[in-house]
Design a protein around this ligand. Structure first.
Ligand code: CO
Length: 134
């Protein structure tokens, strides 16, 4: 059920300027900044040949990444996103294995317009895991 690594997310104070170095130094394709109010972040993607880097900055009053950015003012790796063919089946299987879903376990529409869910880092070796339906 586990598919490709869709992206690695880096949380920063300013997603646009963080992404700039990938465009300038690496020549990667950089997306526009997209606010996702439902997730409390603004995202900018750098597209690599085999995956993407998602730069996220806090958006709104109750951003779920506000504390992370406060603790890591220079930025830091925030989560890994894996593709799955069926998000409900993947969710149920992971929960069945004891993984804890974050929030109410109902998939939300993520940065690519596809359903996503997040799982607790304590159940994944300290790394917050996002799954995205392909
Ligand atoms: Co993500």
């Amino acid at each position: 059920m586990l598919g490709r690594l869709n992206h690695v997310a880096i949380a920063v104070r300013d997603a646009r300027s963080a992404a700039k170095i990938y465009g300038a130094a690496f020549g990667a394709e950089i997306s526009d900044a997209v606010p996702l109010p439902e997730h409390g972040v603004v995202t900018v993607f750098a597209t690599l040949p085999n995956t993407k880097i998602e730069f996220i900055e806090p958006f709104g009053e109750a951003s779920p990444i506000a504390k992370f950015v406060e603790r890591n003012p220079d930025g830091g790796i925030h989560h890994l996103c894996y593709e799955v063919p069926d998000i409900v089946a993947a969710r149920d299987q992971l929960i069945g294995e004891g993984a804890r879903v974050i929030g109410d376990a109902t998939p939300k529409v993520g940065a690519h317009g596809k359903p996503v869910l997040f799982f607790h880092p304590k159940d994944f070796s300290g790394a917050l895991v996002e799954i995205e339906q392909t």
